[in-house]
Ligand binder design. Structure first.
Ligand code: EPZ
Length: 422
């Protein structure tokens, strides 16, 4: 029954054409939360139309923000006035956790059911809660609900036991209006955090050290309005580069930031790319035609906090390395359950052996078939994998890909992929 939750992909086509990249989902989400910290208008440009952002916009409206979505521009006016968030929404995605910092800083109390999100791991919030407690919030987790409240947050020195991206962002959002100075030690360094700080600084926040492991935030009395264009989505860009590595062809990724793609490009191996300040120009020969530049070579990959290899790129690189000669060793250190896509690739002939957090991959006798996705980047990885296999394959679970990719199948169809949703 065609319910729109599957991609049907006839692999083997080379990819040629231009792709426009938009603001990074994982920068826009905390920026939307940051907009609640001021009564004035905050404008976020170049936002992709994806369900995680649609849900975050609904969350902002629920807590009292006035939000206007005009094409790729989102305008937010008005501080948070209530902390009541419908559990339906909270459970639909992990991103509601960004409300923790923003609501504590404005409304003074937040009740959040432990957010839902991808099935890639337990995803606890202990680092968030530990940091908020050090800022003076009283937090407890009870029956799957996080309850935090604080009269006034006071700056503190906070050592994060792990450089959690979300915890770093929540603690930045909670401390920009706190009394005094906050120091975050061992904080996350992702480009999306640097982009968030760029917005907060435009709003009047006093922050130093973004992009490094130590950040200092001097609390201010209030923040003003601002507008921002978020950093480009490096994971979406990496998805196109992974597909190109498998199919061969030439792509122009407009808006791609080559600096954020260095690790991805070196891991992929057989894509040659140069940047002209506006776009990234990339080309690759199909792995089986090994006569040009690099043949698709096996390598060892270990995911980790930025600037190490991004865990969100792991499913995409697994797809690429299933077309490589030799055995690739992939170690997933960030999430404890992020190999489900490999079982699916195995169904189509990939040689996969998993031992704990390590997977050994090599090219098998690949053939078309049906695969079932379990999470956002896994769905993208399975789709890219199918693009390299002649014949008709099916990927079930397009609802996942819609969380982080705008018009996934249309964009790939426009560059030559034989893909349709049914
Ligand atoms: C962000 O998730 C991203 N999501 C994820 O992208 C990304 O995979 C992840 O960072 C790592 O880069 C958004 O930005 C919306 P973490 P986040 O806190 O913040 C553990 C995608 O595909 N941890 O850095 O939830 C956690 O369980 C998504 O867009 C704790 O133990 O990631 C995980 O094992 C998927 N306690 C590890 O740290 C905590 O309090 C990294 O999580 C917090 C995290």
């Amino acid at each position: 029954m065609a319910n729109g939750n599957s991609f049907v992909i006839r692999g083997g086509n080379e990819l040629f054409g231009k792709v426009d990249l938009h603001g990074a989902k994982n920068a826009v989400l905390p920026m939307l939360a940051a907009a609640l910290l001021t009564k004035e208008e905050v404008i976020i440009e170049d936002c992709p139309h994806i369900t995680d952002i649609d849900n975050m916009v609904e969350l902002l409206r629920e807590v009292g923000g006035e939000v206007f979505v005009e094409g790729r521009k989102i305008r937010v006016r008005g501080q948070a006035r209530t902390n009541k968030i419908s559990s339906r929404l909270e459970k639909t995605m992990r991103s509601s956790m960004f409300m923790l910092g923003a609501l504590i800083a404005t409304v003074g109390e937040v009740r959040l059911s432990l957010p839902g999100g991808c099935n890639i791991g337990a995803r606890p919030l202990d680092i968030h809660i530990d940091g908020l407690s050090k800022l003076g919030a009283v937090c407890e987790e009870r029956d799957g609900t996080v309850i935090c409240h604080a009269k006034k947050l006071v700056g503190a020195k906070i050592l994060l036991r792990y450089p959690s991206v979300g915890a770093t962002e929540n603690l930045i959002l909670a401390s920009v209006l706190a009394k005094g100075k906050t120091t975050l030690i061992n904080c996350a360094r992702e480009p999306e955090i640097v982009s968030l700080v760029e917005l907060l600084r435009k709003m009047g926040a006093k922050i130093r050290g973004e992009g490094t492991s130590v950040m200092e935030i001097e609390g201010v009395d209030e923040l003003g309005g601002a507008s921002i264009t978020p950093v480009a989505d490096r994971i979406v860009a990496g998805t196109y580069l992974s597909a190109l590595a498998i199919t061969g062809g030439e792509l122009v990724l407009r808006g791609a930031n080559k600096k954020d793609l260095r690790t991805t490009l070196s891991a992929i191996g057989n894509v040659e790319a140069y940047a002209d300040g506006i776009a990234l120009h990339a080309r690759a020969k199909r792995p089986r035609e090994n006569e040009w530049l690099f043949e698709q070579v096996a390598c060892d990959l270990t995911t980790g906090p930025y600037p190490l290899f991004a865990t969100d790129m792991q499913p995409l690189l697994c797809a690429v390395k299933c077309f490589s000669s030799g055995t690739t060793v992939v170690r997933e250190t960030v999430f404890e359950n992020r190999f489900s896509h490999l079982r699916e690739m195995q169904k189509l002939g990939a040689n996969v052996r998993i031992e704990g957090d390590v997977a050994y991959l090599s090219k098998g006798d690949l053939h078309p078939g049906e695969m079932v996705a379990n999470d956002l980047r896994g769905c993208a990885g399975l789709s890219v994998f199918a693009m390299g296999i002649e014949g008709e394959s099916r990927v079930v679970g397009t609802k996942y890909v819609d969380r982080g990719y705008e018009n996934f199948e249309e964009n790939f169809k426009n560059i030559g992929c034989d893909i349709l949703r049914e």
